[in-house]
Structure formats: C-alpha cells, structure tokens
Design a protein. Structure first.
Length: 106
C-alpha cells in the first residue's frame, strides 16, 4: 500500500486529490482568536436570554405571592424550564383571578 501526502492511497479520491480532512491547512492565531470571539459572543447572547428568563421567573414568583395566586414556586420553576408557555398561562390566570376575585389559594 502506498502513501500520498502522509495518507494511505485508500483515502485519495478518484481524481487524485487528497481527502477533505487533509485540505484544512494550518490554523493561525487569528483563526483561533476569531473562534474565541464567536464563542464569547455566543455566551453573552445566551447569558442575556437566560438573564431575562430568570428575571421573568422572579417577577412571576413575587407577583403570584403578592396577589395570593396558588403555588408561586411552581409558577417560577415552570417559567425557568418551559419559558414562554407558563408566562402566557400565568398572565391568563392572573387576569381571570382579578375578575372573579378568586385568589387560587390551595
């Protein structure tokens, strides 16, 4: 078996070019910096999104506790796990409890 460019001939395609993983070339320091900046930027986006979700969950907990709506901890936990769906349901329950005067205490 012969070797082409450090790769066994089985990895060379029909045209004779080297397999795709060999054509990557060298990675420079600027490439690493670029990848690092993308990672940092992505991390900041996720932190901002989860920061908003945590703030909304805290608001729902405090609002449910202050208005006497049942299970404020469960509302906050559901908001952390499922994000928007519990928020919409909570806003509906809160509006409905204001109309009827029912606090939902259990």
């Amino acid at each position: 078996m012969s070797v082409v460019g450090g790769i066994p001939t089985a990895a060379v395609d029909v045209v004779g070019s080297v397999a795709p993983f060999e054509s990557i070339g060298s990675i420079t320091n600027s490439d690493i910096l670029f990848i690092g900046l993308l990672t940092v930027r992505t991390g900041l986006y996720y932190a901002a999104i989860y920061g908003v979700v945590i703030a909304v969950a805290a608001w729902i907990y405090r609002d449910a506790r202050d208005h006497g709506i049942g299970y404020p901890s469960l509302w906050a936990l559901a908001t952390l796990v499922l994000t928007i769906i519990p928020v919409l349901i909570y806003l509906y329950v809160r509006r409905r409890s204001r109309r009827t005067g029912d606090t939902g205490d259990r």
